[in-house]
Design a protein around this ligand. Structure first.
Ligand SMILES: [Zn+2]
Ligand SMILES: [Zn+2]
Length: 365
């Protein structure tokens, strides 16, 4: 099959022929309908994260189940699925506690080693092992994934739209509803209004937040955030974002989401908090990045700093519910998708995201 392979930072991402083995016990084969191009793919391409290479890129996607491995009873051939980049093992202490986004087996085997649960890969190229990216590798015609990473959703939802639920929407909306558990009437600031940030904004609206302040250096992005429910806009290119926020809301906000994940934006989120406020780190920085805060202020103001991985989702519960919310008109997905390209244009799609020109491009095999 054709797939987009990352080899190293000196080699452009290449759409090429790779071999995909059939599913083993507990796994399924899925024919990809659409794959989203996300910032986490860019981190890999730039060499900012350690990823086992070569690998087939992509961790967001949707498709149709075409083959079941031994023992799989939770899915049937023909099921429509959204892929989850945390395929919960169901057995570790975090899975048993219901904190599936923290799955230990995913964190120690699947993600860092670029393999499936049994420690091996189904992907190869001319006899050489090719790794899975985050247990998904959706920039491809087909994938083999753990059955727990293929989340069955309703058949009437358009697959070439709901692919984005698997990362951008789950991460952004989940950070608000699960990680932070924002209460109705809260004040919320959102730094960065890209694919994840816009989902934080619409998550805050779902949660019943009273003020939702959208912050970005590109005014067209905060204008878009208004469509998703933002009540106020700050242009981060026109002076200090923290000062501008405190002019709007002098007491500071209850929740500040860093949807970018740079040292400066994390520090800004902490400085925007009011008494009892929580800063939520959603965007992911390069490995090793450090940010600082003043512990005395944090303690005296009774504030919190929360990390949010994959929106603290329980994939099998939250992903179908998010698809339902889209179908009921409570969540916007179509405006998040800025374009669709054939899989063969994976490199161009990544370049476009890097340049800031694209919000979310879907690759269609
Ligand atoms: Zn992503
Ligand atoms: Zn687990």
């Amino acid at each position: 099959m054709q797939a987009a392979v990352f080899t190293d930072t000196d080699t452009p991402v290449e759409v090429t022929e790779v071999q995909l083995e059939g599913p083993r016990a507990g796994e399924v084969r899925v024919k990809i309908a659409a794959a989203g191009v996300c910032h986490s793919d860019l981190h890999v391409k730039r060499g900012e994260w350690d990823a086992p290479a070569p690998l087939v890129m992509g961790h967001e996607g949707s498709g149709v189940v075409t083959e079941l491995g031994e023992g799989v009873t939770s899915l049937a051939v023909g099921d429509h699925v959204v892929l989850s980049w945390v395929p919960p093992c169901g057995e570790c202490r975090y899975c048993r506690q219901g904190h599936e986004a923290r799955c230990q087996k995913v964190a120690t085997v699947v993600a860092p080693k670029g393999v499936l649960f049994d420690g091996t890969s189904r992907l190869s190229r001319d006899g050489e092992t090719v790794h899975h990216y985050l247990g998904v590798s959706s920039y491809a015609e087909e994938v083999v994934v753990p059955a727990s990473g293929a989340i069955k959703v309703r058949d009437d939802a358009p697959l070439d739209v709901i692919a984005v639920v698997g990362c951008a929407v789950a991460t952004g909306v989940g950070a608000v509803l699960n990680t932070a558990a924002v209460e109705p009437g809260s004040t919320v600031a959102v730094i960065g209004c890209g694919g994840v940030g816009l989902n934080v904004v619409q998550g805050a609206k779902l949660a019943g937040a009273d003020r939702i302040v959208a912050i970005d250096v590109l005014p067209e992005k905060t204008a878009m955030a208004v469509q998703f429910g933002a009540t106020d806009r700050i242009d981060g290119s026109k002076g200090d974002a923290v000062e501008q926020l405190l002019e709007l809301i002098p007491d500071g906000v209850d929740y500040a989401f860093d949807a970018i994940g740079r040292t400066i934006t994390t520090e800004q989120a902490i400085k925007m908090l009011g008494l009892g406020g929580a800063a939520v780190i959603v965007g992911l920085p390069p490995t090793g990045a450090k940010a600082s805060f003043e512990p005395l202020v944090l303690a005296e103001a009774d504030q919190r700093i929360l990390g949010s991985n994959y929106g603290s989702v329980r994939p099998a519960i939250d992903i179908p519910a998010l698809v339902d919310k889209y179908m009921d008109g409570q969540l916007k997905l179509d405006p998040l998708i800025s374009g669709r390209r054939p899989l063969a244009e994976a490199r161009e799609a990544l370049d476009e995201l890097e340049s800031g020109a694209a919000l979310r491009t879907l690759l269609i095999p």
